[in-house]
Design a protein around this ligand. Structure first.
Ligand code: C2O
Ligand code: CU
Ligand code: CU
Length: 565
C-alpha cells in the first residue's frame, strides 16, 4: 500500500512539472561554417505551435567552436523573408566582418565574412543586428553560442568536452500572445527557458562541470545561482578567463553578458537541485526586479502584471549522475595571465551619458546616448587606430542599462569610483551601468582594424532600448602620415585629421600646389602656394574621405587621405 502511494505521488509530480530534456545545440568545429537562417515551428509547450527562427534549425543556432589563430570562412545564408545581419558579439574582427546594422543580408542573399580568430579563449555569441529588428530576430530565435579555444586554456585542467562536462546555458525569456506567437518588444516575457527548453532537465556527472552561461534575453537581468545556494567558481567573463576563479553563490548577468562557471559536483552524486534566476534579489532599478525603477514611482507600463518580475525562476532541473571516464575533480587555483591596461597610456577620455528621451512616458524608453538617438549615417565618435581610451559612462535614467561596445574587450577601471569586484576585473564587452547617475569607467585599446566607411556600434543590450535608438557608432581611423622618406615634404604637417571641415597645413617651404581630390579621383579644389609656408583648406561640404595632394616646386607629389566627418 505504501509503495503504491509512493508510485502515484511520483507520477503526479512528474506530470505537474512536465520536464523536458535540455536541448544542447550541436557544434560546428570546422573552419568552414555555414549558417542558414530560416523560419520554422517550435512547440515550447506540447501541442502549441509557435513560429520561430533559427540558424540551421528551427530555434537558436549551432554552437560554433573556433580555435584562436585559425582562419574561418563563414557563409550566412538568409532564407528569412526579412533583411537581417549577423554579428559575432564580443569578437575582435574588422568592421566589415562585424555584421553590424550596415552589413545587411537581403532575403535570399548570403554573406561571406572571413577572418583570423584573434580572440583569446572565451564565451562569445552571435545574433542578428539589423536596426529596429534586432529584438524581433533574436527573440524569435536566432542566437547561438560561439566558443573560442586557445592553448592557454588547453593547458589548464578544466572541462573541455562539449555536451559531456561542458554545457552551453543560454538564458532567455519570451512572451507568447493568445495565438501562441512570440511577441516582440514585450513586457510580458512570461516564459523562461534554457537553450530554448522550458521546464528543462539535465543529468550532470558527479565531477567538475563547466557552464558557459549567456544571458540572451531581450531585456531581463539574470541573477544566476542554484536552489540549494551551493557555491560555484566564476572562471571567465565576456572576453575570456580570469586570473583566478572567484567563488560565489550568485552571478548577475545582464542581457548580452556571459560567465564561464565551474561547479564542483564531485560530492553530489544522486542529488537533485535547480539552476535559478533569483529575481527576488535584484535591487530596485534592475529589469526583472519587483521594482524596475530606482524609485517606486518610476514605472513600466504592464510590468507589474508579469509574474516573473521579482520572482525566483526555476530554469533547469539538475540531476547528478555517475562520473564520466577521466573526470576533472578539482578547480585550478590560477587561470590566465591578465595584463592590466595602464590608465596613463590613455590619450582620450570619452563621456557617454544615458538619458530618457523627452518622448518617453515611462521607463521603457526610448533612451538616448549623449542626447542623440541612433541615426544610420551619423558617426558619433572617431577613434584613432592604436589609441588607448577611457570611456566614462554615466546613467542619468532610473533603470540600469547594459552598455556594450563592438571591436574591443575592455577592462573596468571604476564603478561609482570603486574598483570592480574580482569577477568583473577581467575582459568584458558588456557592463551594467546602474541608474541614478551611476558611473562606470573602462579602458580599451583600439587595435588592428580601421575603416573610414564602416562603423562599429556601441549600445544598450536591452534589445527594445537598442531598437528604439539607444545606440551610437564609432569609426576607427588610421592617422596617415606624409611619406617620411621624402625630404621635400619632411616639414609638412597636416591637421586635424579627421576634421570637421578645416585643415591646416604647415611647412610648405618646398610646396607649389595643393590639390584636393574626391576618393574617386575627381579634382575638387586647387590652391597655389606663394611666399607662404602655411595654408588653411576648407574641405568640401560632403562628409567622407578625400585625397589631399601636395606638388613640390620640383614636381614631386605626395598624397594623404583626409577624413571629413
Ligand atoms: Cu550583442 Cu551590438 O551586440
Ligand atoms: Cu556586439
Ligand atoms: Cu537600456
Amino acid at each position: 500500500m505504501k509503495k503504491l502511494f509512493f508510485f502515484i505521488f511520483i507520477g503526479a509530480v512528474t506530470s505537474l512539472v512536465a520536464q523536458n530534456p535540455l536541448f544542447i545545440p550541436p557544434t560546428i568545429t570546422s573552419t568552414t561554417i555555414n549558417l542558414v537562417l530560416d523560419t520554422g515551428t517550435t512547440q515550447f509547450y506540447p501541442g502549441r505551435d509557435t513560429k520561430t527562427m533559427g540558424a540551421n534549425g528551427t530555434l537558436l543556432g549551432p554552437t560554433i567552436i573556433m580555435d584562436k589563430n585559425s582562419f574561418v570562412d563563414i557563409t550566412v545564408d538568409n532564407q528569412l523573408s526579412d533583411t537581417t545581419t549577423m554579428h559575432w558579439h564580443g569578437m575582435h574582427v574588422s568592421p566589415e566582418n562585424d555584421g553590424g546594422p550596415h552589413t545587411k543580408i537581403a532575403p535570399g542573399e548570403s554573406w561571406n565574412p572571413q577572418f583570423t580568430v584573434m580572440d583569446n579563449a572565451g564565451t562569445f555569441w552571435y545574433h542578428p543586428h539589423l536596426h529596429h529588428k534586432t529584438d524581433k530576430h533574436v527573440s524569435k530565435g536566432i542566437a547561438g553560442m560561439l566558443l573560442v579555444r586557445d592553448t592557454e586554456e588547453a593547458n589548464l585542467n578544466i572541462p573541455l568536452t562539449y555536451g559531456i562536462d561542458e554545457f552551453p546555458i543560454i538564458f532567455q525569456t519570451k512572451g507568447l500572445d493568445s495565438l501562441n506567437q512570440i511577441e516582440v518588444h514585450t513586457e510580458m516575457d512570461t516564459m523562461a527557458m534554457i537553450n530554448g527548453t522550458v521546464n528543462a532537465a539535465v543529468d550532470f556527472p558527479a565531477q567538475v562541470v563547466r557552464l558557459r552561461v549567456l544571458n540572451g534575453a531581450s531585456q531581463r537581468i539574470m541573477e544566476f545561482g542554484f536552489s540549494d545556494n551551493r557555491n560555484f567558481n566564476i572562471i571567465g567573463t565576456d572576453g575570456g578567463l580570469l586570473p583566478a576563479p572567484v567563488n560565489k553563490t550568485r552571478c548577475r548577468l545582464a542581457p548580452g553578458q556571459r560567465a564561464d562557471i565551474l561547479v564542483d559536483l564531485s560530492a553530489s552524486l544522486g542529488q537533485d537541485f535547480k539552476l535559478m534566476s533569483f529575481g527576488s534579489e535584484l535591487p530596485n532599478g534592475h529589469y526583472g526586479a519587483t521594482t524596475p525603477g530606482m524609485q517606486v514611482w518610476q514605472l513600466i507600463d504592464g510590468y507589474p502584471d508579469n509574474p516573473l518580475n521579482g520572482s525566483d525562476i526555476e530554469l533547469l532541473d539538475i540531476n547528478v549522475v555517475a562520473q564520466t571516464a577521466n573526470p576533472i575533480l578539482t578547480v585550478p587555483a590560477t587561470l590566465a595571465t591578465l595584463i592590466p591596461l595602464d590608465e596613463n597610456t590613455a590619450t582620450v577620455t570619452r563621456e557617454i551619458t544615458f538619458t530618457v528621451s523627452p518622448t518617453a512616458t515611462d521607463l521603457s524608453g526610448p533612451f538616448l546616448m549623449n542626447g542623440e538617438t541612433f541615426i544610420h549615417h551619423h558617426v558619433n565618435d572617431t577613434v584613432q587606430l592604436g589609441a588607448t581610451e577611457i570611456w566614462s559612462l554615466t546613467n542619468q535614467t532610473g533603470i540600469a542599462h547594459p552598455f556594450h561596445i563592438h571591436d574591443v574587450q575592455f577592462q573596468i577601471l571604476t564603478m561609482n569610483g570603486q574598483s570592480p569586484p574580482a569577477e568583473l576585473a577581467g575582459w568584458n564587452d558588456v557592463v551594467l551601468v546602474k541608474g541614478n547617475f551611476s558611473n562606470v569607467r573602462f579602458i580599451a585599446k583600439f587595435e588592428d582594424f580601421a575603416s573610414d566607411t564602416v562603423p562599429y556600434m556601441y549600445h544598450c543590450h536591452m534589445l527594445p532600448h537598442e531598437d528604439m535608438g539607444m545606440m551610437g557608432q564609432f569609426i576607427v581611423v588610421q592617422a596617415v602620415g606624409i611619406d617620411e622618406a621624402s625630404d621635400t615634404f619632411k616639414k609638412v604637417s597636416i591637421y586635424p585629421n579627421p576634421t570637421e571641415g578645416d585643415v591646416s597645413i604647415e611647412g610648405l617651404e618646398n610646396v607649389k600646389t595643393i590639390n584636393v581630390f574626391s576618393i574617386e579621383g575627381k579634382l575638387l579644389l586647387t590652391e597655389n602656394v606663394n611666399q607662404t609656408t602655411t595654408s588653411k583648406i576648407k574641405m568640401p561640404k560632403a562628409k567622407g574621405t578625400y585625397l589631399l595632394e601636395l606638388i613640390s616646386k620640383k614636381g614631386e607629389k605626395t598624397t594623404q587621405k583626409i577624413i571629413h566627418y
